[in-house]
Write a protein that binds this ligand. Sequence first.
Ligand SMILES: [Fe+2]
Length: 289
Amino acid sequence: MKPTINISKIDRCSGLSNKEFYNTYVKNSLPVVISDIAEWTTSEKFTTEYFKANYSHLTRTIDGKTYSLSEIIDLCESSTPENKAPYPNIYDLHKDFPEYLEDIPLINYGKSNRLSSWMLPNSIANQTNQRQLFFGGKGCSFPTLHIDYHWVHTQLTQIIGEKDFILYPPSQTPYLYPDKINHNLSQVNIINPDSDKFPLFKNAEPLKITLKPGDTMFIPSGWWHTTYIHNFNLTYAIDHVNSFNWNRFMDENYLVAQKHHPNLAWLVKVYKVIMGKIFNINEKLIQLN
Ligand SMILES: [Fe+2]
């Protein structure tokens, strides 16, 4: 992975070519918001009325209680910080809304997504090869500053409502006190930081941006982030793995294999090297096309 360049703000772009996106942001590990590539978000299929009329059979059990999608939507619409809707409300497109898969185009970068390749076995890709919808309401947030699981890149598109993002580049990791066991989670409560316990946190400089409906944000692998929701919210997310985060992604998979299948974990290391080379050649061909 390329070293991250220090930046003072997150660019918001329109008219960005795939080449510019790849060369400026992906290659330099920089987040960016692209505001003109998600016209699909205005389709009636992404309205609460449509979801309620056609998908109320979908249920989620959160904290031991089961809710229909209609109930989740109603609770998110009336959510307040004092009386929060159940959270997180995550739906998998492949499983819950398979007919939506064609409505949401992959950006060019997504075409080189190793997670969706037949060459990556399900045992490795399963946890991360997901295209998800997140419903939320006022006061609902994923509260912990984190790096996404297995160092994947993430692409998020805001469909309904606005969502604040707070990001920190990988270079600021020493100020964010990663958890000793779950090293992708920060120990710092960034709303109310304990300066005695985490004295270096005062040096951390966040980048903040608000996603509006139709915005798509690319968060490169290794960037710390968390979100805040101020109103009814629907967000789409997809993970990516390519040459930039392949080694880190596979190293995480090696650790998992070592835990569950210690005798076979070496296979993951061999796969990382051999398939990494094959994927690289394949992606070069995609870039040329
Ligand atoms: Fe995340």
